[in-house]
Write a protein that binds this ligand. Structure first.
Ligand code: FAD
Length: 472
């Protein structure tokens, strides 16, 4: 008996439903496969950082599997169509009886799997819902439809979660002698990109970070999570994005450290669970509304907004040269590390859309090209929330003031000074408006003046949204 386990964004041996099922029969020969699809990744705008991180984790996975006696074969095919065909051919070649995988929920991924199931003939397909705490389409309102407002979704979600067996699975038993691996070549060709040392590859690193966060920092999460100069959040998103860590592992570790968490909605632990549920909400939405995978807004009238197409404005935002320190520091953090604090993601997204009136899809795409933790669901969800085009989004007339956001969340400018050393001598009081200080003291700053007047930009945006609504 031969079982193939097809790894995707679930690069772990612990708590992996497809892998565990493939290993249930101790007699079965188990072969792990992974398909690298560079053209598909390019079409999806995946960042080279994430591809490097994925590769690093695949190398770790190969070693962990080898310890269990399971070989990992990596095949490069241009796109999903080629990958699915190769999997079927390889299964035939190996006389495999069954193929195991965990489902992915984005449109192209689903189409690939549907096609494969149709073509599989005598090959038994075992597909699992493993990437979420609760599978898409299982948390519905009384009409049996997906919620379009987050809070009732969360309420229903928690009720269902408490009635569900969410225990994490242990890694499968060894199936023979450990295999020797000669790692002389990369598992697939890619442009290796620097990854911040904070994101060390491998399950052990991820689990260690999770444990530490749940033990030491989650209690203060509610207090610290909006302050970008503090390590107040878990920074686990890159691991969740490529599946080195599962959401069940997160939930179980959180509960182990905070057994009463569901009874204290004001606690740090509950607030963190809430963020994990936002991750679920956005993924459930992709399945319920596939148009979200097709560059379309959820709120249709927003298609009629006339956006500003200025490449110079877009470049200034991308390069952290807007003259608004909190925006620029955030963009430099993104460009340098591939990760950005959540509060800052909201601030820079709002600035691009509502101060510069640039189409949110351009920002979404640019984020994807830089993020180590990029996922279609959360990135699209975050952008559509910020742009007021999405499900349960921020109302369109609510516009962040980038100066007061900075004053509120980085009052002393600690974060700003870290990323904008050209402002290191500006006193705290002026750190959010450095040119006022420079002008008063006849100092030349090597930093741009604000590229737009926020008050005026706000009025222009309100007008553009109103016109879009009128013209729909
Ligand atoms: P924590 O605060 O520790 O949260 C724990 C986990 O919950 C995160 O790792 C993440 O998996 C999940 N999570 C937290 N907040 C959200 C949220 N608002 N929506 C969905 N899931 C969430 N998150 C991504 O994982 N990938 C993205 O591509 C992405 N793009 C975003 C774009 C914009 C414009 C915005 C506003 C948010 C985006 N987010 C994205 C959500 C959020 O900013 C990140 O998940 C978070 O900053 C990651 O840091 P952390 O792991 O320390 O989060």
């Amino acid at each position: 008996v031969c079982h193939l386990i097809w790894f995707r964004n679930d690069l772990r041996i612990t708590d992996n439903k497809a892998l565990s099922s493939a290993c249930v029969n101790p007699q079965a020969k188990v072969i792990a496969i992974f398909t690298a699809t560079p053209q598909q990744w390019l079409a999806h705008g995946v960042s080279s950082r994430q591809i490097t991180f994925l590769h690093q984790n695949l190398v770790e996975l190969q070693q962990a599997l080898a310890q269990l006696g399971i070989p990992l074969i990596c095949q490069t095919m241009p796109d999903f169509t080629g990958a699915a065909q190769w999997v079927l051919d390889y299964a035939k070649e190996q006389h495999a009886d069954a193929l195991f995988f965990n489902r992915q929920y984005e449109l192209n991924e689903k189409q690939r799997d549907d096609w494969l199931v149709k073509q599989s003939h005598s090959l038994h397909i075992h597909a699992f819902d493993d990437a979420l705490l609760l599978p898409p389409s299982t948390v519905n309102n009384q009409k049996g439809e997906m919620y379009q407002v987050y809070t009732p979704f969360r309420r229903a979600f928690i009720t269902q979660l408490t009635a569900t067996d969410c225990r994490s699975l242990t890694a499968p038993e060894k199936r023979g002698k450990p295999l020797a691996i000669e790692c002389t070549q990369p598992l697939f060709a890619h442009v290796a990109t620097d990854i911040s040392p904070q994101f060390k590859a491998g399950e052990q690193a991820a689990r260690h970070q999770l444990r530490q966060f749940c033990r030491e920092r989650v209690q203060n999460y509610q207090r610290d999570r909006d302050i970008p100069s503090i390590d107040g959040t878990s920074q686990l998103s890159p691991y969740l994005a490529v599946g080195v860590l599962s959401p069940r592992q997160c939930f179980n570790r959180l509960q182990a450290e905070n057994p009463q968490l569901l009874d204290y909605p004001d606690s740090g632990a509950f607030t963190w669970l809430n963020e994990l549920i936002w991750r679920e909400f956005y993924t459930h939405l992709l399945v319920a509304f596939p148009r979200l995978c097709r560059y379309q807004p959820f709120i249709q009238w927003t298609q009629h907004i006339q956006w500003n197409h200025s490449p110079d404005d877009f470049d200034a935002w991308k390069n952290g040269q807007t003259g608004y320190p909190i925006v620029d520091a955030a963009m430099r953090q993104l460009n340098e590390t591939g990760w950005m604090h959540n509060r800052l993601r909201m601030i820079v997204a709002s600035f691009l859309v509502k101060d510069l009136l640039i189409d949110w899809r351009k920002g979404e795409q640019y984020f994807m090209s830089q993020l180590i933790d990029g996922t279609l669901a959360a990135n699209n969800g975050g952008w559509q929330w910020s742009a007021s085009t999405g499900v349960d989004a921020s109302p369109w007339f609510r516009i962040f003031n980038p100066t007061t956001q900075g004053q509120k969340f980085d009052p002393q400018g600690t974060f700003i000074r870290h990323w904008l050393p050209e402002l290191k001598n500006v006193p705290d009081k002026y750190i959010h408006a450095p040119h006022e200080w420079a002008a008063a003291n006849h100092i030349q700053l090597n930093y741009p003046i604000p590229m737009v007047d926020h008050k005026q930009a706000r009025l222009n945006t309100l007008e553009a949204f109103e016109a879009g609504k009128r013209n729909s």
